[in-house]
Design a protein around this ligand. Structure first.
Ligand code: NAD
Length: 499
C-alpha cells in the first residue's frame, strides 16, 4: 500500500481549495463548490470553487499584467525563461510522488501510470520546451517590390508571443495535457490561465505551487477552478484572451469554437477519437499484435484520446487474434490505483461509468456479440468496469461509430487492404490509427491513405514531446507538441525595411 507523502497530506488538509491567481491562493467570489471524488472509494477528497466571471476577470488581468508589465516575462531573455522552465521540470520530477498520488486520488488511475505518463510526461514536456525558448525563429525573405532611387528591401518575419492564453483541459491525463499547453505557451513568452477539469482540478493547483517554487513570476501561470458551463464559458468569452487551447470532447470543442469566433480569438482544438487498430494476416507476431491492441485500448481504463477502440482483423487470423486479445483482457487485475499490482483501475466518475455502461447495453441491443467482460461493478465500491470486447460483422453499430472513452473494444473482420481502409476511414473522427504488418510497402500504403493525424506501425500510439499530436476531421484543429506546438503560441509579424 502506498503511503501518502507529507506534502500531499498537508495539501489535502485544506478541504476547500481556492483559485491560484497572481502567485497566491485567492478566495472565489462565488459561493458554489464542487466536491472532488476519489473514484476508487467514492469518498470526497476536497472541494473546489466554481470560478465566476469575476474570478476569471481577475485571473486574466493577472496574466495580462504579467505579460505586459509586472513580470517582464515576454521581455525576459530566452535564456532566463529557459532556466525557469527547466527548474520547473526538475521540481516536477522531485515532487513526482506527491503529484502522482494526487492524480491517482482524483482520477483513479494506476499509480504507476500517474508516475510515468502524467508526472514523467509533464516533466519531459517542460524540459523539451525549455530548450525551445532559445530557438524561436523568423525568416528573411527576398521580396520583389521595386523601390525608387536605388533603395532596397530588407524583409523579414519575426515571431512574437500571442498574449494571454486560456488553456482548458480534460480529466484523463490532468497534468501531462496541461503541460502540453502551459510549457510551449510559457516558452513562447505568453502567460496562461488554466482551467482544469472539475473532475481532476487539484493536481493543477499543486503544479502551480511548484511553478512558484521554480521562480515563475506571479501572474505568469494562473489556475481558475470550476465547471465548463460557468468558468470555462467565461474564460473562452474573455476579450483579453488571445489564444484558446482546448483539449476535450468534440461536442465541447464546437461550443468553444463558436465562443472563439465571436472575439476572433485564435484557437487550437484537440478533440475526440475513435481510432482503428488494423491487424493484417502478416502481423510480425500475432501474440505481440494482440497484446499491443489490448494495451492500446485498455491503458488508463480506455480513457485515452488515441485509444484503439475499433480493431479490424484480417479474416484468416480473426479468431486467433480476437481470442488472444480477450485472454489478455481477462488476465488484467482490476483494483484501486494504489495497488501496485493492479492493471486496470476505476473509471473517473459515476456518471462516466454510467455513460460507458449505456454503450455496452447498446452493443447488446444492436446485436454485437459480447466476447469478454461487460460486468459493471466487479468490486464492492468504486467505478470499476471489466475490460469489455465485442465482435461485430458490420461497421454500423453505435459502439463502433461513437467515442466511448472507456475499456470497450469492438472487433470487425476484413478481407484485404482496400476493405480495411474503407472500414477504418468510415468515421467522422480521425485522431489516430495503428497498423500491424511485417510488410513495409503495405504499412506505407496504409500510412499514406489513413485519415488520421497520428499513425503508428506495430505499436500502440504513445506520446512524445517532440512528436506533434492532433486530428483529421472532427478530431480537431491544429497540432500540439513538437516544433508546431510552440508556434501555436506565437503570432507572425512581417517587416520590410527600405534602405
Ligand atoms: P469535456 O469536453 O467534457 O471537458 C473538457 C474540458 O472542457 C473540461 O475542463 C470542462 O470543464 C470544459 N468545458 C466543458 N464545457 C465547456 C464550455 N461550454 N466552455 C468551456 N469549457 C468547457 O471532455 P472530458 O470528458 O473532460 O474529456 C474527454 C474528452 O477529451 C474525450 O472526448 C477525449 O477524446 C478528449 N481528449 C482529446 C485529446 C486529444 O489530444 N485530442 C486528449 C485527451 C482527451
Amino acid at each position: 500500500m502506498v503511503q501518502l507523502t507529507n506534502r500531499l497530506t498537508q495539501f489535502l488538509t485544506k478541504k476547500k481549495h481556492q483559485h491560484f491567481i497572481n502567485g497566491t491562493y485567492q478566495n472565489s467570489i462565488g459561493e458554489e463548490q464542487i466536491g472532488v471524488i476519489n473514484p476508487a472509494t467514492e469518498e470526497e477528497i476536497g472541494q473546489i470553487a466554481v470560478g465566476t466571471t469575476e474570478d476569471v476577470d481577475k485571473a486574466v488581468l493577472a496574466a495580462k499584467n504579467a505579460f505586459h508589465h509586472t513580470s517582464d516575462w515576454r521581455k525576459m531573455s530566452p535564456d532566463d525563461r529557459e532556466k525557469i522552465l527547466y527548474r520547473f521540470a526538475e521540481l516536477i520530477a522531485e515532487n513526482s510522488e506527491s503529484l502522482a498520488q494526487l492524480v491517482t486520488l482524483e482520477n483513479g488511475k494506476l499509480i504507476k501510470d500517474a508516475r510515468s505518463s502524467d508526472v514523467g510526461g509533464a516533466a519531459k514536456t517542460f524540459r523539451y520546451y525549455a530548450g525551445w525558448t532559445t530557438k524561436i525563429e523568423g525568416e528573411t525573405l527576398d521580396i520583389s517590390q521595386p523601390q525608387k532611387g536605388g533603395r532596397q528591401n530588407f524583409a523579414f518575419t519575426k515571431r512574437e508571443p500571442i498574449g494571454v492564453v486560456a488553456a482548458i483541459v480534460p480529466w484523463n491525463f490532468p497534468i501531462s495535457i496541461a503541460a502540453w499547453k502551459i510549457a510551449p505557451a510559457l516558452a513562447a513568452g505568453c502567460t496562461v490561465v488554466l482551467k482544469p477539469s472539475e473532475e481532476t482540478p487539484l493536481s493543477a493547483l499543486l503544479l502551480a505551487e511548484i511553478a512558484m517554487e521554480a521562480g515563475m513570476p506571479p501572474g505568469v501561470l494562473n489556475i481558475v477552478t470550476g465547471d465548463g458551463r460557468t468558468t470555462g464559458a467565461s474564460l473562452t468569452a474573455h476579450k483579453d484572451v488571445k489564444k484558446i487551447t482546448f483539449t476535450g470532447s468534440t461536442y465541447t470543442g464546437k461550443i468553444i469554437g463558436r465562443a472563439a469566433i465571436e472575439n476572433i480569438t485564435d484557437i487550437s482544438l484537440e478533440l475526440g477519437g475513435k481510432s482503428p487498430a488494423i491487424v493484417f494476416n502478416d502481423a510480425p507476431d500475432l501474440d505481440f499484435a494482440a497484446n499491443g491492441v489490448a494495451a492500446g485500448i485498455f491503458r488508463n481504463q480506455g480513457q485515452v484520446c488515441v485509444a484503439g477502440s475499433r480493431v479490424y482483423i484480417q479474416k484468416k487470423v480473426y479468431d486467433k487474434v480476437l481470442t488472444d486479445i480477450s485472454h489478455a483482457a481477462q488476465k488484467m487485475k482490476i483494483s484501486h490505483g494504489f495497488d501496485e499490482t493492479a492493471q486496470l483501475g476505476p473509471l473517473v466518475s459515476k456518471s462516466h461509468l454510467q455513460k460507458v455502461c449505456k454503450y455496452i447495453d447498446s452493443g447488446m441491443e444492436e446485436g454485437a456479440k459480447l466476447i469478454s467482460g461487460g460486468t459493471k461493478n466487479p468490486l464492492d465500491k468504486g467505478y470499476f468496469l471489466q475490460p469489455t470486447i465485442f465482435s461485430s460483422v458490420d461497421n454500423e453499430k453505435t459502439i463502433i461509430r461513437e467515442e466511448i472513452f472507456g475499456p470497450v473494444l469492438a472487433a470487425v473482420p476484413f478481407d484485404d487492404m482496400e476493405d480495411a481502409l474503407r472500414l477504418a476511414n468510415d468515421s467522422q473522427l480521425g485522431l489516430a490509427a495503428t497498423v500491424w504488418t511485417k510488410d513495409i510497402s503495405k504499412a506505407m500504403a496504409m500510412v499514406n491513405r489513413l485519415e488520421a493525424g497520428v499513425v503508428y506501425v506495430n505499436s500502440p500510439v504513445r506520446s512524445d514531446p517532440a512528436l506533434p499530436l492532433g486530428g483529421y476531421k472532427q478530431s480537431g484543429i491544429g497540432r500540439e507538441l513538437g516544433k508546431v506546438g510552440i508556434y501555436n503560441y506565437t503570432t507572425l509579424k512581417s517587416v520590410n525595411i527600405v534602405y
